[in-house]
Design a protein. Structure first.
Length: 123
């Protein structure tokens, strides 16, 4: 049985190539605490926008790395042995197979780059 989470995750590609992406508009319109939208596809990867606050669950992706980049706010990624703190203009790649828990102590806007077939809630 698949676990249900209280996250809004939109995997559809919102913007085709050559269409301008308006991130500030999406941030203004978002009322959810943990929301992400696939913005566009680049070869075999996708770029996603996350507007997040609170904690995600512990999870891992056995076959996929993930890249997180903070636009606004503060993003924390708990690992089993430490926490990575990201502030605006900072990013990190989480290696496939690594157990992690993302969280944001306040409303935070992030960009993610990952494969188009990744299961966002983990394997």
């Amino acid at each position: 049985m698949e676990t249900k989470y209280n996250y809004v995750t939109k995997l559809d590609i919102k913007y085709p190539h050559l269409e301008k992406i308006d991130v500030p508009e999406m941030v203004r319109e978002c009322t959810d605490k943990w929301w992400n939208q696939t913005l566009t596809k680049v070869n075999d990867s996708v770029v996603r926008l996350g507007i997040v606050e609170g904690e995600y669950h512990w999870h891992k992706h056995e076959k996929d790395d993930e890249f997180f980049f903070v636009l606004e706010g503060q993003f924390l990624i708990d690992l089993e042995d430490r926490t990575i703190e990201l502030n605006p203009g900072e990013g990190v790649t989480i290696t496939k197979g690594l157990m992690h828990r993302p969280r944001a102590p306040k409303k935070t806007v992030i960009m993610m780059v990952e494969t188009s077939i990744i299961q966002p809630t983990g394997d």
